[in-house]
Design a protein around this ligand. Structure first.
Ligand SMILES: [Zn+2]
Length: 173
């Protein structure tokens, strides 16, 4: 994942000879999915499962995050370069502006401006970006090796501003 491939200029997607949409980084098939479609999907989950929806979204995010970063060639990249690549990938993928801060070996903090995963409902708890929390946990586990979890500490669904996440290993719980 050189910086060239990560330039906004190359575009995100192309169509192959069959007319199937593929991304320009990994050549994987993609679909265009609006945030309102995502929220509608989440509404259906919350209507059915109430607080259980948060766990479902988190687990789906974990699977997504692991797969996403498999497209990042990790050989020869330092940890800082991997984090930088992930921040760029997230930005290009439309997740707002994401910045990762390593606190120590076992803890990191992620700040997201303009998270597209915010859900506003009366029956939802103080945080709402459970899918993104799962993505961060899955991506960290895949990139850094180990079992990482993520917890959203503050969400722009309740107070204006940023969403803030803590990523940690089970050992530091
Ligand atoms: Zn949030």
């Amino acid at each position: 994942m050189g910086s060239v491939e990560f330039s906004e200029d190359v575009g995100l997607v192309h169509r192959d000879e069959k007319g199937v949409l593929r991304d320009n980084f990994s050549n994987r098939r993609v679909i265009i999915f609006s945030c309102s479609a995502y929220r509608s999907m989440c509404d259906a989950l919350y209507d059915q499962f109430q607080s259980g929806a948060a766990i479902i979204l988190y687990r789906m995010g974990e699977g997504y995050g692991r797969k996403l970063v498999q497209g990042v060639p990790q050989l020869g990249l330092s940890r800082d370069e991997m984090i930088e690549a992930f921040e760029k990938l997230a930005h290009l993928a439309g997740w707002g502006k994401l910045s990762v801060k390593i606190t120590d070996e076992k803890n990191s903090e992620v700040i997201v401006e303009e998270s597209p995963f915010i859900i506003r409902r009366q029956d939802i708890g103080p945080t709402s970006c459970h899918f993104l929390a799962g993505v961060l946990a899955g991506a960290a586990s895949q990139l850094l090796g180990g079992a990482y979890k993520a917890q959203e500490l503050r969400c722009a669904s309740k107070e204006k501003g940023i969403c803030r996440f803590r990523i940690y290993t089970r050992a530091s719980e």
